[in-house]
Design a protein around this ligand. Structure first.
Ligand code: ADP
Length: 248
């Protein structure tokens, strides 16, 4: 009976932990959505009641637009996470992710091309150097993973900074890596940046269009591919995130 009692106890603890996590997530989502909505509603009301001077209207409209964009980004990240959650739960049952050979070198080239404009806007140079590497995976999800890492490497950088996307095949398997010489992540935050809504500097994240969910999505996608994530970072020197996939 003792092992059975232990299993029941572990099971209950797991369910309670899940419940707490779900409650925290809902509270965070509500808070994150309420902030832009309050400001949209406030500016719209000023225009509606005629309290905004005609000269102020374009500025207020721009703020409404920016906050609405933020909400769209947030909702899209939340939907992506919830899709990943249900995929993980039903993996190998109803809706398994379609896995096919993905050429990481081609994927990184595409990512670099898509992110060029963002990099230019931030005065950051973006390079990619790819060795042959193929993984069994979902191309769309892997593109999302690479884009999120690259986006962060640009946003948490400084003018004149540099970002390099690399991939290759090592003794442990194929890998991809995003390296930047940006602001870095403090030691005590490194284990937490993959948590939902955890940000080192909330105002910088928001000012650059962050949702606080990018790395949580990366973690989920890596997990679905049985990949390992290694993070190396030093404040003021930069960050390198490497994702290593299982050998073929
Ligand atoms: P966000 O939308 O805020 O960027 P993420 O989940 O992508 O959310 O990242 C969580 C936090 O980790 C960020 O707010 C930032 O503080 C930190 N971070 C992520 N990537 C980097 C990086 N390349 N350099 C420095 N800090 C980073």
């Amino acid at each position: 009976l003792i092992p059975l009692a232990r299993t029941i106890q572990t099971d209950r603890k797991l369910r309670e932990d899940n419940e707490t996590m779900r409650r925290e997530f809902t509270a965070n989502v509500s808070h994150e959505l309420k902030t832009p909505l309050t400001s949209i509603s406030g500016y719209a009301e000023l225009i509606e009641t005629g309290m905004a001077k005609p000269a102020d209207v374009p500025t207020f409209a721009a703020r409404i637009h920016k906050e609405a964009q933020r909400m769209i980004a947030l909702v899209s990240d939340i939907l992506q996470l919830s899709e990943l959650d249900s995929t993980q739960a039903s993996q190998s049952r109803e809706k398994p992710v379609e896995m096919a050979p993905v050429d990481l070198a081609a994927l990184l080239k595409e990512t670099a091309q898509n992110m060029t404009v963002n990099a230019r806007k931030a005065y950051v140079t973006l390079q990619y150097s790819a060795q042959p590497a193929t993984v069994q995976g979902s191309k769309d999800l892997l593109a999302e993973l690479a884009t999120n890492l690259c986006d962060n490497a640009i946003r948490y950088n400084q003018p004149g900074g540099h970002v390099e996307l690399r991939c290759g095949t090592g003794p442990d398997g194929p890998w991809l890596q995003v390296e930047d010489n940006g602001i870095g992540i403090p030691q005590d935050s490194q284990a937490r940046v993959f948590e939902r809504f955890y940000r080192v500097d909330k105002s910088r994240s928001k000012a650059t269009g962050g949702t606080g969910l990018g790395l949580a999505i990366v973690k989920h996608i890596a997990l679905l591919h049985h990949a390992r994530i290694d993070l190396q970072s030093q404040v003021g020197s930069g960050t390198t995130i490497k994702v290593t996939f299982p050998k073929a």
